[in-house]
Design a protein around this ligand. Structure first.
Ligand SMILES: NC(=O)c1ccc[n+]([C@@H]2O[C@H](COP(=O)([O-])OP(=O)(O)OC[C@H]3O[C@@H](n4cnc5c(N)ncnc54)[C@H](O)[C@@H]3O)[C@@H](O)[C@H]2O)c1
Length: 357
């Protein structure tokens, strides 16, 4: 079920972010639901994508190289997959650096001559962060600070980085809106909130244009279905295809704003093209819908032709019951206008997994 996210913004939405609707329409062509492929950067733009061997990073590399831009890809392959790098190695506009963002020299070299950074490298997973908080501090906070510093010293134009809906913590209000954050529930969430604070500071102190993208449960092609910390959608799809019985944590009545990967690519592109006065802030990046896990489970069964009753396990520590986004800030300030709703996205994702698993 999708909760009504209005298709067009009202004048009130624009004024609340200090813009007039007219001003914005002229600048970004809002309302046209323009996909990322229509967006244009200068011809010889150089992009650095960190976390390039991961799910979101590899999709950004693919989109950028398809469009002919120069891409430098950085990853230490700690959780990413070599296949996500090998598949681009024969593209002349793709260069891979195997390196660790915990090392400032690596970040400095990677940022040389770069115009735009799309920083995705981090360790994900709320439960894993609860098991190893020290590593998350070093990897996700120090690593991101190294990247921001390297971007600043190299005169990078725009620094767009992955934040997360987890920064909302236990704040009860739905939909989640920037400025209404509660107590954090995991070290992972703390790393993302700290990144956002540095993002704000790097804009105000050093004039680096930073844009934090608070992703809400991204899904789609190349998301890893394997391992204890895999995301729920690819995990269920793989288990059902393999004839296994999936386990739902909790009662399945939790809801999420599942966001198709192409909407996230669009958000990264649009943040790179956003004006400097929108920088130093964080933005919800989602579709603006609300899906219940139990409904999705049965929809997946139907789509895959399976009749399997799930197991139910305990709730996961650090999880919240409901999470869906108000995306009006990203619409107003970045011109974000997601093309794919959940149904369209999940149909594409299922096709991809059927062919590729
Ligand atoms: N997928 C989601 O639903 C989601 C939701 C919210 C936020 N995010 C954030 O988006 C970003 C990308 O997520 P993803 O789903 O593609 O994750 P992913 O695990 O598939 O990719 C992350 C990549 O970062 C690399 N990496 C980790 N630490 C590194 C280091 N020290 N140096 C170099 N590379 C390193 C990993 O090897 C991996 O390839 C992450 O920052 C994540 O926290 C993702």
């Amino acid at each position: 079920m999708l909760l009504g996210q209005s298709e067009t913004l009202t004048e009130k939405d624009f004024v609340s972010y200090g813009k007039t609707q007219k001003d914005f329409i002229i600048r970004k062509g809002v309302g046209k639901n323009m996909g990322y492929k229509e967006l244009k950067f200068e011809k010889d733009s150089v992009f650095l994508v960190t976390g390039a061997a991961g799910f979101i990073g590899s999709n950004l590399c693919e989109a950028l190289t398809d469009l002919g831009y120069q891409v430098r890809a950085l990853d230490d392959l700690s959780t990413g997959r070599e296949e996500n790098v090998k598949m681009f190695m024969d593209r002349p506009n793709y260069t891979f650096i195997k390196g660790d963002i915990k090392d400032l020299d690596t970040c400095m070299k990677a940022c040389e001559g770069v115009h735009y950074v799309m920083h995705q490298a981090a360790w994900g997973s709320v439960p894993r962060s609860i098991e190893m908080p020290l590593f998350y501090e070093q990897n996700n906070i120090m690593g991101t600070l190294n990247m921001m510093e390297a971007a600043r010293q190299n005169g990078v134009k725009k620094f767009v980085y992955a934040s997360s809906s987890s920064v909302y913590g236990d704040h009860p209000v739905l939909p989640k809106k920037e400025g209404q954050e509660g107590n954090l529930l995991s070290p992972y969430a703390l790393t993302k909130r700290t990144n956002e604070e540095y993002g704000k500071l790097y804009k105000s102190l050093y004039h680096l244009d930073t844009y934090g993208l608070r992703y809400f449960n991204v899904f789609g092609r190349r998301q890893d279905p394997n391992g204890a910390y895999a995301a729920v959608l690819p995990k269920f799809i793989k288990q059902l295809l393999d004839g296994e019985v999936p386990t739902i944590n909790g009662d399945g009545k939790q809801s999420r704003d599942f966001t198709y990967i192409d909407n996230v690519i669009e958000a990264n592109f649009k943040a790179c093209l956003a004006p400097g006065d929108a920088a130093g802030q964080a933005f919800n990046i989602a579709y603006g819908g609300r899906e219940y896990l139990i409904d999705i489970y049965y929809d997946l069964c139907k789509a895959l032709g399976k009749q399997v009753e799930p197991h139910f396990g305990p709730d996961r520590a650090g999880d919240i019951k409901h999470s869906n986004a108000d995306i009006s800030k990203a619409k107003a300030l970045l011109g974000y206008n997601p093309e794919y709703d959940f149904e369209q996205g999940i149909a594409l994702a299922i096709d991809w997994y059927k062919e590729n698993l």
